[in-house]
Design a protein. Structure first.
Lengths: 174, 105
């Protein structure tokens, strides 16, 4: 996934984000920001389904928090990018995440009642485990802009709490 | 009216009313999904001020329902004056993993 050269105007603005041109294709900051933003939007999408379908108070409270938190983190990310006059950059990882999420949404939409609640909670735990591992092992270490790195590190703390909360929810719904 | 109250207070002091220790304010930061410090020791009459440093919204809510900051956005502050002794457990309503305790004497 080599970073493409940005258009001239964008390149000046993106000077704060040195595009990674290393062999082996690591991600550049604009792609990292796009992936993190996409991951948040996906979880908001799952929460929307839960709030439409679930009658379980614990599931609804969890979904409320997912919507609220992922929106706050995404808004903060967009504000940082706007301040730096750059835009997130679509990339194959984001596309894969979106494709997988569409499949999961189709699966969840076909369920109802306790079966839905359990599938939603199970997915939230697995999804946060995956996103957190990706943030910790790949996205944060590869981020070059310090402000973006700080924002993602702080987001990871939030998503780790989500993961614990999801684990409790899974245990409760067994 | 204020002058009379002031004179009354001074008279009370002069009569040997006990002088209480000045009430303190303690700050608890809400940061990286934690109450910092998670456990604090205070005296009855002290004030605790929570400050939310996180991007996400939090609450400080007593386990027994006695008090609730309500939603606190990034940068928001909320204060509580501790009115009775004992251990008060509290948590964030949105993030049940986030817990704190106040030891009031």
């Amino acid at each position: 996934m080599l970073a493409k050269i940005l258009a001239a105007g964008a390149m000046l603005a993106a000077a704060a984000f040195a595009p990674a041109m290393a062999e082996g294709g690591s991600l550049n900051d604009l792609q990292i920001a796009h992936i993190a933003y996409t991951a948040g939007l996906i979880d908001i999408g799952y929460a929307d389904i839960a709030l439409q379908k679930s009658k379980n108070a614990d599931v609804r409270a969890f979904a409320d928090t997912m919507e609220r938190d992922h929106k706050a983190v995404n808004d903060a990310a967009l504000a940082l990018l706007a301040k730096l006059k750059v835009s997130p950059e679509d990339n194959p990882t984001s596309k894969t995440l979106n494709k997988q999420a569409a499949d999961e949404r189709a699966k969840l939409s076909a369920l109802s009642g306790a079966a839905f609640d359990k599938a939603y909670a199970d997915n939230e735990l697995a999804y946060h485990q995956f996103v957190n591992k990706t943030l910790e092992e790949t996205l944060i270490p590869e981020t070059q802009n310090e402000e973006l790195k700080d924002l993602l590190t702080s987001a990871l703390a939030t998503f780790r709490e989500h993961q614990q909360h999801a684990a409790h929810l899974v245990a409760k719904l067994k | 009216m204020r002058r009379n109250l002031l004179l009354g207070a001074l008279a009370g002091l002069a009569a040997g009313a006990p002088v209480l220790a000045a009430a303190e304010t303690h700050v608890v930061e809400i940061s990286n999904m934690q109450f910092v410090p998670a456990e604090i020791d205070v005296h009855v009459g002290d004030t605790i001020t929570w400050v939310n440093k996180d991007v996400v919204v939090h609450t400080a809510t007593a386990k027994d329902g006695a008090w609730d900051s309500g939603p606190m956005k990034h940068g928001a502050e909320w204060s509580l004056t501790v009115s009775k002794a004992g251990v008060i457990d509290y948590a964030c309503t949105y993030h049940p993993v986030m817990k704190g305790a106040i030891n009031a004497q």
